[in-house]
Design a protein around this ligand. Structure first.
Ligand code: PEP
Ligand code: MN
Length: 338
């Protein structure tokens, strides 16, 4: 619930109420930045009502947060959250493009792919050192060696980097090299991972599960916020439907819907969303037109030789052409590229 204090409430009211909330076993929240002192209380609905905070003399009004996700909800936090990924603002005035190969394959492969992405206007590098693969025989990434390459290339090119962490055991190592941690679609409801990543002290890019409803996705984000990580970027990457012509069905409904429900930024991944290189530019433009704060696009120096996701990866010329087509669309919706 959201608790608004009276303008003339005694100065110690906030601390006193926060202590009452904590003593009841609820999570107290101090929400600075508004004209009035606003507090929050999260937890078991029954305890919240037994607490009868609205009867306190310092309290002007109490409003329940109706959404099942609380910290993530716009009811709790009306203004847009801007996430800082190594100096790049995601969710601010400018559109952000995250690009790079699906996986770190080698120093040269990553460097060439990342440089092409950066030179065409990508601001954040992506590439996986730990790859979730449907088959146990697929290339599953170079692990720690891949992380080292990723950091070196990112530093050489002056780009922040986001990369996936799949296992709680690897969080420390990944967080040591990455500016933001990616939770992959398959792990969106790995609650132990969400809780641990929420405590890792790095912004998080949370992909939507292939069969997750928007509510389940936002509740997954709630795990991260409730664990202490306020900087979360949502990523729509397509869902599993009856349609088999494309790898996934990119749910662009989710973009304006999510924008209405949460203050967190959202990016669209047209690469995994379609699985087909030729469709990526159109869906990238559509995602931005729908109101996305940015894109995540797979770019490989030589997609035909990629160890994963080559069929959906753009080559440098293709990515550059996509960026050219994107600029007027981004400007038209008031989110220009830098
Ligand atoms: C990826 O970004 O390369 C990836 C594995 O994505 P997803 O989790 O969306 O399948
Ligand atoms: Mn991929």
């Amino acid at each position: 619930m959201i608790i608004v204090l009276k303008p003339d409430a005694p100065a110690d009211s906030a601390d006193r109420l926060l202590a009452r909330i904590a003593d009841a076993g609820l999570q107290p929240l101090h929400m600075p930045g508004s004209e009035r002192v606003v507090l929050g209380a999260l937890g078991d609905e029954r305890i919240l009502s037994e607490l009868a905070i609205d009867g306190d003399p310092a309290v002007e009004s109490v409003k329940p947060i109706l959404a099942p996700y609380k910290l993530v909800s716009r009811e709790m936090h009306p203004h847009d959250t801007v996430v800082n990924v190594g100096g790049v603002a995601v969710g601010g005035a400018k559109l952000v493009v995250i690009a790079g190969p699906c996986a770190v394959e080698s120093q040269e492969q990553l460097y060439d792919s990342a440089k092409a992405a950066r030179d065409a206007g990508a601001q954040i590098l992506r590439a996986g050192a730990y790859k979730p693969r449907t088959s146990p025989y697929g290339f599953s990434g170079h692990g720690p060696a891949g992380l080292t390459i990723l950091r070196e290339v990112a530093d050489e090119l002056g780009m922040p980097v986001v990369t996936e962490v799949m296992d709680t055991a690897d969080i420390e190592a990944v967080a040591a090299q990455a500016d933001a941690l990616q939770i992959g679609a398959r792990n969106m409801q790995n609650f132990a991972l969400l809780r641990a990543v929420g405590k890792a002290g790095r912004p998080v890019l949370l992909k939507r599960g292939p069969a997750a409803t928007i509510q389940e996705w936002l509740l997954a984000a709630e795990y991260l916020l409730s664990a202490g990580q306020a900087e979360v970027i949502l990523c729509e990457r397509g869902i599993r439907t009856f349609e088999t012509a494309t790898r996934n069905t990119l749910d662009l409904n989710a973009v304006p819907y999510v924008k209405g429900k949460t203050h967190l930024p959202i990016v669209v991944d047209p690469s995994h969303g379609t699985g087909i290189r030729a469709l990526v530019p159109a869906m990238a433009l559509a995602g931005v037109a729908a109101g996305a704060d940015g894109l995540m696009v797979e770019v490989h120096r030589d997609p035909a030789r990629a160890l994963s996701d080559g069929a959906q990866s753009l080559d440098p010329a293709g990515f550059s052409a996509m960026m050219g087509a994107l600029r007027p669309v981004a400007s038209a919706v008031g989110r220009p590229l830098p």
